[in-house]
Design a protein around this ligand. Structure first.
Ligand SMILES: [Mg+2]
Length: 254
């Protein structure tokens, strides 16, 4: 019997960058009665709140105490403190300003060279490259673009594979991972999901075999692949419907 269910977020429990559906929210809440639940994603803390936590219907402090947020690929970890009734940051491993500047200029240069710098398609005030403290994220069409538009931009990852390959030539000291629908996450080596998952084991005092992981990008080069490589049992899903289907099976409900 697994003790921990760990989930990638974008495209695994939601439609990329949108709040989870009522169905997923309901299933996650039920999971909190039986498992430690650990979403891990490249996104920031506030997005975990908007997309997951705020969607849970009347969770008890006890239920929330079993929800563990592995933010920015697990380079930040937040836990709910039932006595204070608030989320507390347990650890944080940010990038330095020099690293952020170097990555930002590298990705912009690579994307411009390849003709994939889509500044003209941005919504007002939106940005292509975002500093997420522990990682820098390229989102080709910005944060505010529509879902359909995002899906259509690079469905076969080819544009992002090219950008990532060029970045690796320009600044090989960083890692570039294709994620979500239009994103590339840049981190320092090892600061990917393997970092977060190793810390998850430590923080929750569990063994690798206690964990079941769900992800949509488990192929080599995908942002869930480091978890597969570490030897975690993994369920590859296409979307949140697949995840809901699997969770219904795990929870034994039809
Ligand atoms: Mg994903």
């Amino acid at each position: 019997m697994k003790k921990v269910l760990s989930f990638d977020v974008d495209q695994t429990i939601n439609v990329a960058k949108t709040p989870v559906t009522d169905e997923i929210a309901d299933l996650l809440l039920k999971c909190l009665d039986h498992f430690e639940v650990c979403p891990i994603s490249g996104q920031k803390f506030d997005q975990f709140m908007i997309q997951i936590v705020d969607r849970l219907k009347n969770p008890t402090p006890e239920q929330l105490s079993h929800l563990h947020l592995f933010v920015a690929q697990g380079t930040q970890y937040y836990r709910f403190d039932p006595s204070k009734k608030e989320w507390v940051q347990v650890y944080n491993y940010p990038l330095t300003k020099e690293q952020v500047d170097k990555i930002t200029s590298t990705i912009e240069k690579a994307a411009r060279e390849l003709g994939f710098w889509e500044e003209d398609k941005l919504a007002p005030g939106d940005e292509i490259i975002e500093n997420r403290l522990s990682q820098v994220t390229f989102s080709a069409l910005g944060q505010k673009a529509g879902t359909e538009e995002k899906y259509a931009w690079d469905p076969d990852h080819k544009k992002r594979d090219q950008i990532a390959a060029r970045c690796k030539e320009l600044a090989p000291e960083f890692e570039y991972e294709v994620a979500g629908t239009t994103s590339i996450n840049a981190v320092t080596p090892g600061m990917n999901k393997s970092f977060g998952m190793a810390h998850l084991l430590e923080e929750l005092k569990v063994d690798k075999s206690d964990v079941l992981y769900f992800g949509d990008m488990t192929q080599p080069g995908g942002n869930d692949y480091p978890v597969v490589e570490m030897g975690f049992e993994t369920i590859t899903v296409r979307n949140h419907e697949d995840t809901a289907f699997a969770l219904r099976g795990i929870l034994g409900i039809l």
